[in-house]
Design a protein around this ligand. Structure first.
Ligand code: OGA
Ligand code: NI
Length: 375
């Protein structure tokens, strides 16, 4: 082996990187346990530096900030040919990467049942959930941090991460078994959301001026990925010092979020302003991930968002991710580039791409912004 200093550094990095991937850098503390221990102060590990605290960066004193909301799109009327909605969705994708959908075809009872099942799960004692404890190797299961950097400031949430697609990754043994109906409900929920994901993909594709199937084909056709992160944000004793989830863009394709029906928390960045999303009842919040920004050569933007917490009520949200097949190269679509408009991003598989957030944790849009061609 070449023993020049450079290659040693490279080797060392690789090695420690692999090791870290087998386990977390520090013992895991469940945020739920902290919340239930009647703390009056917030442990240091959850205190954000002043510039990142929600109060200091939320510029809600701007009069327009309180009233802007993300666009609401009626999918029924859109698919029956409402051109105005098509234009609004297209604009939302170019600017914001965020919109709400209503009349989306998923039964409201199923949405409620899925959310209730997860609420019951998170309300089980911590010990009942520890059996599903996750590792940074796959992230599947019950987790309490994102990223493996030692000493990192953490977010105020616990979560559960599981796969629907590809089928060989769907493993009921890695899903919770309580409450007793959870697997059945979550399975049906996943199936419905995959269908909704497919419809949204066709919509985005044709809005980009492509064949309806083009985006889906670029995602690997039948072999796409679908997974879910269920977020549990316990009450926080000092919500002005912490974040439920730090600013990030989702690394994957399309995210379909079922927010809590009682408690707001999701904020979307719009310029220098963080807009708190007011979800409509039985609507989904849709946002575009980095793979859509990459495939569209930045015509469509992934959106930066974060979650704030509060001291009064816990919050549960279900984030469903519709992703490309994880081992095929993703790069700007040929139809969207030209000699005068060259591809901004080099090819990278989603497996490789998501290592950014899996090792470094949420860091705004820095991952997609640093992932540019050097040419
Ligand atoms: C996520 C996410 C938002 C929320 O899980 O990626 O952004 O409201 N969740 O919990
Ligand atoms: Ni997100």
């Amino acid at each position: 082996m070449d023993s020049s200093p450079d290659s040693l550094i490279g080797y060392d990095f690789e090695f420690s990187h692999r090791l870290r991937f087998l386990s977390w850098p520090e013992p895991i503390v469940r945020v739920q346990s902290l919340a239930e221990s009647n703390l009056t102060t917030l442990p240091d590990r959850y205190i954000k530096p002043p510039s990142q605290r929600p109060q200091t960066t939320t510029t809600n004193h701007k009069p327009e900030a309180a009233t802007i909301n993300i666009p609401v799109i009626d999918l029924d009327s859109l698919f029956s040919g409402n051109e105005e909605d098509k234009e609004r969705i297209s604009e939302a994708c170019r600017e914001f990467g965020f919109f709400q959908v209503i009349n989306h075809g998923v039964r409201p009872e199923l949405m409620d049942a899925a959310r209730e099942a997860w609420k019951s799960f998170f309300n089980l004692p911590v010990e009942a959930k520890e059996v599903y404890s996750n590792s940074p190797r796959t992230y599947e299961g019950y987790g309490s941090r994102l990223g493996v950097e030692k000493g990192a400031i953490l977010d105020w949430n616990d979560y559960y991460y599981l796969h629907f697609l590809p089928l060989f990754l769907k493993d009921f043994n890695k899903w919770p078994s309580l409450p007793s109906n959870i697997r059945e409900v979550v399975d049906e929920y996943g199936e419905e959301l995959v269908k909704l994901g497919e419809r949204l993909m066709r919509l985005l594709s044709s809005n980009l001026g492509l064949k309806e199937e083009q985006l889906q084909e670029a995602f690997g056709g039948e072999d796409v990925g679908a997974c879910m992160r269920v977020n549990y944000y316990p009450k926080c004793p000092r919500p002005e010092l912490a974040l439920g989830l730090s600013p990030h863009s989702d690394p994957g394709g399309i995210t379909i979020l079922l927010p809590d029906d009682q408690v707001v928390g999701l904020q979307v960045r719009h310029g220098d302003t963080w807009i708190t999303v007011n979800p409509l009842r039985h609507a989904f919040i849709v946002n575009l991930g980095d793979q859509i920004q990459i495939l569209s050569n930045s015509i469509y933007k992934s959106s930066e968002h974060r979650v704030i917490v509060n001291s009064q009520k816990e919050r549960v949200s279900l984030a469903f991710f519709y992703n490309p097949k994880s081992d095929i190269p993703i790069q700007p679509l040929q139809q969207l580039v030209s000699p005068t408009n060259p591809p901004i991003y080099p090819p990278m598989t989603f497996d490789q791409y998501r290592l950014f957030i899996r090792t470094q944790g949420p860091r705004g849009k820095s991952h997609v912004e640093s992932h540019i061609s050097s040419r």
